[in-house]
Design a protein around this ligand. Structure first.
Ligand code: HGY
Ligand code: MN
Ligand code: MN
Length: 422
């Protein structure tokens, strides 16, 4: 498949359209169906890599697939071991997601580097741009394996997590052509890492309300995920008397409402029950068991703990009253992250240099910075998205806003003084 050719000049207006055409192309690498579905270590993940490799080469980087399934582009200075700025975002999507969540943060820094290269500008420090393999955590109950590999914080237990087909994350990496035993060696050295800066769509309405193309992120929310299993007793839907049934789905339904009630009534806590599976899932059988996920999000870990405990009490009461058994296992937890003041100020300076008004803002979404905070200072630049919509096929950004993000990153990269990072 021939890839979108770069523009001959990176003049006003050209960059935005080039960016959107690159992202349109990347979106083709998806399972069939609405929007984009490209999961970790999937055929679609494999198929999109040559396109990203080409973007990296145009930016003057050498691409390499690492042991954790990340595609990493490094410039000669980074390869030579100079202090390195890491940029990038995730290649994976949710199910029937949009074109921009993740992939925008891979394309923007690469086009910024390509445009600087086009202008004959070389940077005095190293740069890496990473296409992280797994940030959404849709295929496996765990996530951030790619960025945790760079931070040196992958828990070997994560590699034993199984997808819906029972394949472990470790097996999936091996079938993908990488060797997960090599993950520990991927850890970056804090002393040699200048910082991690990610460009991402806002996935919310505030930039539209402010009528700003870009925003500076101050902090990322903390997230925890739990797998709940409710077990009752299967039986014949027509002959089993209603009283005395142990219907796992009716119990789970009451539990889902109880989770929602905790979320609605606990200050500064948000979340969702996003996945629910019924067994045996037959039209005329009383459900024997139900598994569902609970996500709790808050920048304060005490608030998440308060919510978690309230949920546990509520679910236990429902299970006992309905004669059901219950398990609730924590499958993922990431504390919130604060962005570094020097990166926020650097991005603000860059926005001023390219006449982009901007303000600071909190991220209710999690990102790879939740893992990268363990190895270096982090920062994020948000880009306006239409109606704040994300995790939806209609996710969209304008060419002008995309161009604004590229120009901010070009200015940020040119003004960055490695001696003054921290
Ligand atoms: O779920 C999130 O916050 C992110 O989109 N992975
Ligand atoms: Mn997402
Ligand atoms: Mn994302």
């Amino acid at each position: 498949m021939s890839h979108q050719a770069p523009p001959t000049t990176f003049s006003e207006g050209q960059i935005g359209h080039y960016l959107l055409s690159c992202l349109d192309e990347a979106a083709r690498y998806s399972q069939p169906g609405p929007g984009v579905t490209r999961l970790f270590c999937s055929p679609e993940h494999r198929q999109v890599l040559p396109l990203i490799e080409q973007w990296m080469q145009r930016a003057g980087l050498t691409p390499e697939l690492d042991a954790a399934g990340n595609l990493v582009g490094r410039c000669p200075n980074a390869q030579a071991g100079k202090p390195t700025l890491i940029m990038g975002s995730h290649q994976d999507s949710v199910v029937e997601g949009g074109k921009y969540d993740g992939m925008l943060g891979i394309a923007v820094p690469l086009i910024a580097l390509e445009a600087l290269r086009h202008e004959g500008i070389t940077l005095p420090y190293g740069v890496e741009v990473v296409a992280f393999g797994d940030e959404e955590g849709v295929r496996f109950p765990t996530t951030l394996v790619g960025s945790r590999a760079l931070a040196g914080t992958v828990d070997p237990q994560q590699l034993e997590a199984r997808d819906a087909q029972g394949i472990t994350l470790k097996e999936a990496l091996r079938s993908f052509g990488t060797e997960p035993d090599g993950i520990p060696a991927l850890a970056r050295k804090p002393a040699n890492t200048l910082g991690f800066v990610e460009v991402h769509i806002e996935q919310g309405p505030r930039l539209e309300q402010r009528d700003h193309a870009v925003g500076i992120v101050t902090a990322l929310t903390g997230i925890e995920r739990h797998q709940v299993t409710v077990s009752g007793k299967a039986g014949h839907a027509g002959t089993t008397p209603m009283p005395g049934r142990h219907d796992a789905l009716v119990g789970a339904a009451e539990m889902v409402l109880a989770v929602d009630n905790v979320l609605q009534t606990t200050q500064a806590l948000v979340g969702v029950v996003g996945q629910l599976d019924v067994r045996p899932n037959a039209v005329n059988v009383i459900p024997a068991s139900v598994t569902f996920t609970i996500e709790l999000r808050s920048p304060q870990s005490e608030t998440r703990q308060q919510g978690r405990e309230a949920v546990q009490v509520a679910l236990k009461e429902i299970a006992e009253r309905r004669g059901l058994s219950l398990s609730m296992d924590n499958s993922y937890r990431a504390d919130g992250a604060r962005c570094a003041e020097w990166i926020m100020q650097g991005l603000e300076q860059a926005c001023a240099n390219v006449q982009q008004p901007t303000e600071r803002m909190f991220s209710g979404a999690g990102h790879d910075g939740l893992a990268m905070q363990d190895v270096t200072d982090i920062g994020m630049l948000f880009v306006r998205c239409k109606e704040g919509l994300s995790h939806h096929p209609d996710e969209s950004i304008s060419a002008d806003d995309g161009e604004a993000a590229v120009r901010v990153m070009m200015a940020f990269l040119q003004q960055l003084d490695p001696a003054k990072c921290r």
